[in-house]
Design a protein around this ligand. Sequence first.
Ligand code: BG6
Length: 510
Amino acid sequence: MQSVAAPAENPLIEGLERLPVHPTTLTIFGGTGDLAQRKLLPAIYNLAHEGALPERFNLIGVSRSDKPHEDFQAEATEWIERFSRRKVDPKVLAKLMENVRYIPGTFDDPGVFEALEETLDAFDRDAGIVFNRVFYLSTAPAYFPVIVKQLGERGLDHREGVDVRVVIEKPFGTNLQEALDLNRDVLKVLDESQVYRIDHYLGKETVQNMLAFRFANGLFEPIWNRNFIDYVEITAAEDLGIGSRAGYYDSSGALRDLVQNHMLQLLTLLCMEPPVHFSADQVRDEKVKVLHAIPAPTLEQVPDMAVRAQYQAGHAEGQEVPGYLSEKDVPADSITPSFAALRLEVDNWRWAGVPIYMRTGKRLARKVTEIAVTLKPVPHLAFVQDGSTTIQPNQLILTMQPNEGVSLSLAAKIPGTRMSIRPVKMEFLYGTAFMSESPEAYERLIMDAMRGDATLFTRDDEVEAQWRICDPIVRAWEQTPGPVAQYEAGSQGPEEAAGLLRGGHRWRAI
Ligand code: BG6
């Protein structure tokens, strides 16, 4: 008789099990905004498509423009059809839309919160149960404290017997003081355990895989320290320009947009000590310790450890593209960097003396997010006389996107009579190993917020520690109007970035 593997033993469906989630009403402030259109609503649809949403689920969009529920439902349907990673199943989508409502108004208007309370209560009354409430703040950052305050004043910040959580999008402040103020305002109303600060990089499968890679394999731990690692390089390069986002981007720039959040998250996951349990506070305790071990530069030290630059006209996606200063709505005298590179150190027992280089930029040669860990060279090479001058120290590359995976460069002998050696690669690719498409980061994060798991969200002390490192750099750059280095669109970035490197280290080609 043929045996059939029980579902739990089938490796192809591992990880796809449905976790029970309490019935939930999710409210999106900024429900018609760009993020809601492109990411949030499609993510919710994909969760519905998989059957991963709670069995009872309602969605409320809140935005400025006045329209009836039906118009919002029609728009949401259109956005989902356009941006969903899966082909839309009309039945699933229609079912999802049955419990979608819309509330128009401005976020400082108490009337909006009165209408919200009525809508939330009506869902509870009609279903005869009390839903958990998740409020997702996907608005301009200036409204974050305003909305939280209004929720508190209306008594929507808590509800007997169920959980109320608030998800806050980035940016969490534009400097340290703003982050401190925002935390203070938010925590006046809510308990930290109710607050879910989003960093979508933490929702990426390959970013989480770094934890599995480090803490579920015995192989790397013995070498994961200053005795074996020469330097670390973290790259988040993009080929796209700023598009139509000048309004946001020009007041933000590369450091605030990607370094303060996503790149420091990558750094902490790479450098943290193993947590005792994979639970929200234990993981975040370890991450915060890493951030506290990074000395914040003084204003005078900034030029030596940080480089900023703007892209000039060049080529991207096979065509000529304008420079940063010629992008729509960018002021001609803007000094906002579209590229930032840093040299940091984690001053603790494990990492002292290991430079951690980071770079990010728009309009670079291609889109790639990776961490390269370069080991120290071997102490003695016996092969030099045989012409093996190309021997490189081992490099471990963790690629977050594209071609997600891990690769290790090794030195190998070229077949033949001579002892010639060249680098080869040992590679693991996510796509081929698991034969399945990874969910979008927002799917995982929305689910976690509904389940009440804050492991992949940024805690109050964590966001403040991130800002403590970036704040002096932001200030130094703002106080020095120029010159801002330049790089050609589609290139490897500014030459000045090489000035950050020490001890013969090299940036990898983008
Ligand atoms: C966002 C930034 O947080 O991250 C964008 O605001 C950037 O400027 C984006 O393009 C990059 O995210 P991803 O997932 O495409 O690497």
